[in-house]
Design a protein around this ligand. Structure first.
Ligand code: NAP
Ligand code: SF4
Length: 673
């Protein structure tokens, strides 16, 4: 008996058995959309099957052109499409895993002018107004779903997942928010659910009894005009009667005002709705959203809240998640920190998804760590993300690596980030590297300032010395009222009640969150302020409780564009940061000129207007960073003069500093040293 017995137990589906309870949920990687990328897609899924995952679900594949999310999205509509998919299914079956193909119709989320939906109601997050589907189109689409599922079966898939949540087409049909039809496909819930129910029946007819049909149903819509719990249960029961094998949990529409997967969402926040649904059905029910550690998986399964756990991003972050758990080494897992910066932020820019903490995700055939034939003596200077990645991968490849860090601990900027409420997950990455350093045998020298003399005996030198905060030198920049963000985020100073924050980038936003929010990861706390009703009396939304700001904060920037201020850099998370700052009443001022700081406060000019004085206790500088380059031997033109030296991360480029680039650069360098 291990601590993870329930999560690792097999699940009998009646006609086939899953080897454990962990399913890799659907995550669109971008590789699905181009036939020449299917070799890469096969390697991506094959690695996760080898890592012990019982079953995987592909990114969304359309059944016809109207269903495309983006123009030329992956489609399975002809026999010719089977060939590529066979590479994927074979790679998974080779490792005794199972794989489902997700069938996705984007409906009004389609980013092209041929979009269709239940009614011609435009989404607030999409410029294209959909055309209302005629009955003929509905019937044809049902046939297309069945045809695509049959093709998937011929391609070797163990089943399909029918995407019915997150506000996509089938969810648009089931909710009055979009479905305003007066015919047999609209009106009461029995009519609104007719389309997905008929699709399930048609797929079951086409593929026979021993084919897995997983249906992802929205169990809490989180939008006005979403379904009540009563309607959601009615739909789930009808889907069960129509022949689904598994019900997967979907949470919130993409246009919902509540974040559902960002790092500030507490772990397993939505398990209660899954648990409630499990009591209503006989088929296995799968939990989803913000489940990222074996402890949480085990807790959900052992308490009977769900039969299966769906995790997409955590299996991007670590393809060995299940094997590491099964071998009693959960501390070795590279945990998904729910940042979205390497995966969904890229997906929504139509780029290939990867992972901030695992740059090999989606690049399995391109970023390969081979054992070295010639072990070298390597010095890595800097124990932040770039240095840790380079050091541990190089050591794992067989090199003799020493890591020098001037601070008393490894982790660099992540130590500071983890102090920001809602960013506690960053500690998991530090824990992962602590374990990796030990496992790979990297020699760590903390509290050590390195000189060129120290580095002469090494074959290769990696400079990962990171960044220091930029200090704008306006008059009074050294006044006692002026603080630097590391002093604040490390808790070294007592910050007053009236504050000006100079700079509105990611660090400015984090600093505001640090000064306003509390560390509270409870689901109740989160639901209260985001306005979530887990009883789903109406649509899952409740009135958010008013926040009481402990401080009066003004955030400033020099460039114009007040509207976008405070959103930070994340494409899929920035809007939630902005809402948080608004809830706390943070004032935003763009087009500021910083004139001086004195005992009266911060003197500024805004646009072409008169000067103003912000009467504040403290001015916090969050004005970006500069590279720490002291150790890099360069000539007058800036070229590195010693071939043994390699520069990565913030030391290479402070502007656009981000952990994703730092980790990728560390990994790519270590792969070729
Ligand atoms: P940043 O995003 O580049 O923002 C720097 C801010 O300082 C800008 O608002 C800029 O606005 C201002 N600024 C620049 N030069 C200035 C000067 N000389 N005087 C006064 N103001 C100046 O940098 P950051 O906020 O330090 O963040 C660094 C990186 O960390 C980000 O790029 C991000 O990748 C990462 N990060 C990410 C997150 C996240 O949540 N995803 C959170 C924290 C950090 P003006 O030039 O208009 O004044
Ligand atoms: Fe998780 Fe961030 Fe990696 Fe996405 S990029 S899988 S959210 S750690």
């Amino acid at each position: 008996m291990t601590a993870y017995d329930h999560m690792l137990a097999p699940l009998d589906l009646g006609f086939t058995t899953l080897k454990n309870r962990i399913v890799m949920g659907s995550m669109h990687t971008g590789l699905e959309d181009r036939f020449w990328n299917y070799g890469k897609l096969a390697a991506y899924f094959g690695e996760r099957a080898k890592g012990g995952t019982a079953m995987m679900i592909t990114g969304g594949i359309a059944m016809n052109k109207q269903g495309w999310l983006l123009p030329l999205a992956g489609t399975m509509s002809s026999y010719a499409d089977i060939i590529n998919h066979r590479r994927v299914t074979s790679a998974v079956h080779e490792h005794d895993g199972k794989i489902l193909m997700q069938i996705l119709h984007a409906g009004r989320y389609a980013y092209h002018p041929f979009s269709v939906s239940a009614s011609s109601v435009k989404s607030p997050i999409n410029p294209f107004k959909p055309k209302e589907m005629s009955e003929k189109t509905i019937l044809q689409t049902i046939e297309d779903y069945a045809h695509t599922a049959r093709l998937a079966q011929l391609a070797g898939y163990d089943g399909v997942e029918i995407m019915g949540s997150e506000g996509y087409l089938l969810n648009q049909f089931t909710c009055a928010r979009v479905n305003q039809r007066k015919d047999n496909w609209g009106g009461p819930v029995e009519n609104r659910m007719r389309f997905p129910v008929e699709i399930v029946r048609a797929v079951r007819r086409a593929c026979g009894p021993n084919f897995i049909i997983c249906y992802r149903q929205s169990l809490i819509d989180l939008v006005p005009g979403g379904n009540t719990w009563e309607d959601i249960v009615t739909i789930a029961k009808a889907l069960e009667a129509a022949g689904i094998t598994i019900l997967n949990t979907g949470i919130g529409w993409h246009e919902a005002r509540v974040p559902t997967i960002a790092t500030q969402v507490p772990r397993a926040a939505f398990r209660s709705v899954t648990a409630r649904m499990k009591k209503e059905l006989k088929v296995p029910v799968m939990a989803s959203n913000r489940i990222n550690t074996p402890e949480v998986c085990e807790d959900i399964v052992s308490s009977g809240d769900a039969d299966l756990i769906s995790m997409a991003r955590p299996l991007l972050a670590d393809p060995e998640f299940v094997n590491k758990t099964a071998s009693g080494k959960p501390e070795a897992i590279n945990t998904c920190i729910a940042c979205n910066q390497g995966c969904l932020d890229l997906t929504f820019q139509a780029k290939r998804a990867t992972c901030l903490v695992n740059p090999r995700a989606g690049y399995e055939t391109e970023l390969v760590y081979l054992k070295t034939r010639k072990a070298k003596k390597i010095a890595v200077v800097g124990g932040g993300m770039a240095g840790l990645t380079a050091a541990t991968i190089a050591a794992d490849r067989g090199h003799d690596v020493t890591l020098f860090e001037s601070a008393s601990d490894i982790g660099g900027q992540f130590n500071m980030a983890a102090n920001v409420p809602g960013k506690e997950e960053f500690l998991e990455t530090i824990r992962y590297y602590r374990n990796e350093v030990q496992r790979t045998g990297v020699k760590v020298k903390l509290n050590t300032q390195v000189s060129h003399d120290t580095l002469t005996s090494y074959d290769e030198v990696v400079i990962a010395t990171g960044v220091k905060p930029r200090i704008p030198k306006f008059p009074g920049y050294d006044h006692p009222k002026v603080l630097r963000y590391p002093q604040v985020l490390r808790g070294e100073v007592n910050v007053g009640l009236r504050v000006a924050v100079i700079g509105s980038g990611g660090i400015g936003v984090d600093t505001c969150a640090y000064l306003l929010e509390e560390h509270n990861q409870s689901v109740e706390h989160w639901a209260k302020y985001w306005g979530v009703d887990f009883n789903v009396t109406e649509n899952g939304l409740a009135a958010p409780e008013r926040r009481h700001a402990q401080r009066e904060i003004t955030m400033l920037q020099r460039k114009p564009g007040q509207k976008k201020m405070g959103a930070g850099p994340g494409k899929t998370t920035g809007w939630a940061h902005k809402i948080l700052l608004n809830q706390f009443g943070v004032k935003m001022l763009a087009e500021c000129e910083y004139l001086k700081v004195d005992d009266l406060g911060l003197h500024i000019r805004v646009g072409d207007n008169e000067t103003r004085i912000l009467d504040v206790d403290h001015v916090i500088l969050c004005a970006g960073q500069e590279s720490v380059t002291d150790l890099i031997p360069r000539d007058k033109e800036g070229k590195i003069t010693d071939k043994r030296y390699h520069v990565i991360g913030g030391a290479k480029l402070a502007g656009e500093l981000d952990a994703r680039r730092a980790i990728r650069e560390g990994a790519e360098l270590a792969a070729r040293l």
